[in-house]
Design a protein around this ligand. Structure first.
Ligand code: PLP
Length: 392
């Protein structure tokens, strides 16, 4: 079809989300009748808890269907501020909180608010792909900090990459795709370094509720000095199984939150009004369901771990949080095959979908999501094993 559209450089330089594209491809194949075990999924395999749905239904019946304040309804911003205090030991006022269309949008608005053209952002890799594209869209320069298995970020990893242009350090603990957590003593050192070097911290804590053996620590809770340099990003997608509702939140110094609000007022306005009431219900209700889902994820992780440990050709570290295994498949590759190609072959021959490490700026690895039923994990990992052993 003839077109008058020639992508502008901003679009030409933009890599669309690999994980979302892969997910769409796999869903199409499933719709066409192919029996695929989809282990790419970045969302909980649980339904949104009933009490949250009920809060949305009630809001709908009450007619809360109009625009709201850009930064979110007052009662939700207040509830988020309380949540930050109770769960994370951070004292934000409700005006230091903004609610938006998922943490993804808030991350973008944080980068847009913090970066001048050419400012450098330190990004530990493996990393979730969206950070890179968002930083570039905000005219910043991502500077990759390569980590080694088990991918636990330390202060020493960061120091060597700081230049006079470094403006922001991105933290994501627990991490997508590795599930690794930054230890408290390292967070303390990182906070000190950020204060000394006058860096901003963007701390993506979206997997906070999915930590299996430890407690979550927010860097902004460590001192008022670091709190004044940190934007804490979180959301409802993973903790409350609300990925489709599109709601996230951020806390930070008032001028930054105001800047993010101004951006939001000219882009999306408020996120869906009904979603906001549902999110308020989520925070105000009993947190038993969050706990139950966590127990479910932990069981799924343990099943996957047991099965994967029987495949000697691959190696991985046990994820401490989130719901992913980041698996080293280098022994299975040769000079003519990349991990992306290996994933394609796996999909074709074994009808199992995984995300290649390339999507996380870390080739030679694959990401397996254990946000799936035990039955699917068993079927999927058995097929992976058979594929590797050449019996499929
Ligand atoms: N941050 C990380 C590390 C993620 O993995 C994701 C989703 O996969 C997001 C943010 C975005 O979540 P939301 O649904 O709140 O936009």
């Amino acid at each position: 079809m003839p077109t008058h559209y020639h992508p502008v450089s901003r679009i030409k330089n933009l890599a669309p989300s690999v994980t979302l594209a892969l997910d769409a491809k796999v869903k199409n194949m499933i719709a066409e009748g192919t029996d695929i075990v989809n282990l790419t999924v970045g969302e909980p395999n649980f339904d949104t808890p009933e009490y949250i749905k009920n809060a949305a239904i009630e809001a709908l019946h009450k007619g809360y269907t109009h625009y709201t304040a850009t930064a979110g309804i007052a009662q939700l911003r207040e509830a988020v501020a309380q949540k930050f205090f109770q769960d994370n030991d951070i004292e934000y006022t409700s005006s230091e909180v903004i609610v938006g269309v998922g943490s993804k949008q808030l991350l973008f608005h944080a980068f847009m608010s913090l970066l001048e053209k050419g400012d450098e952002v330190l990004v530990p890799v493996p990393t979730w792909g969206s950070y890179m594209e968002q930083i570039k869209l905000a005219e910043g320069i991502p500077v990759l900090i390569p980590l080694q298995s088990p991918f636990k970020l330390t202060c020493a990893d960061i120091e060597a990459f700081i230049t006079s242009k470094t403006k922001v350090l991105l933290l994501n603990s627990p991490s997508n795709p590795t599930g690794a957590i930054i230890e408290k003593k390292e967070l303390e050192k990182i906070a000190q370094l950020a204060i000394e070097k006058k860096l901003w911290i963007v701390s993506d804590e979206i997997y906070e509720k999915l930590i299996y053996e430890q407690e979550h620590i927010s860097i902004a809770s460590l001192s008022t000095e670091i709190k004044d340099r940190t934007i804490t990003i979180n959301g409802f997608s993973k903790a409350y199984a609300m990925t489709g509702w599109r709601i996230g939140y951020a806390g930070g110094p008032l001028p930054v939150i105001k800047a993010m609000e101004a951006l939001q007022s000219q882009t999306t306005s408020n996120t869906c009004s009904i979603t906001q009431y549902a999110a308020w219900g989520a925070l105000k209700g009993n947190q038993r369901d969050v706990q139950k889902m966590k127990v479910g994820f932990e069981q799924q992780r343990n099943v996957a771990n047991k099965l994967l440990s029987k495949i000697p050709q691959v190696t991985y570290s046990q994820p401490e949080g989130a719901f992913y295994f980041f698996i080293n498949i280098q022994k299975l590759l040769n000079s003519s095959m990349t991990s992306a190609e290996w994933c394609e072959l796996l999909l074709e021959k074994a009808t199992v979908a995984l995300v290649p490490g390339e999507a996380f700026y870390f080739p030679g690895y694959v990401r397996l999501s254990f946000a799936n039923s035990v039955e699917n994990l068993e079927r999927g990992i058995l097929r992976i094993q058979q594929f590797i052993e050449g019996t499929l």
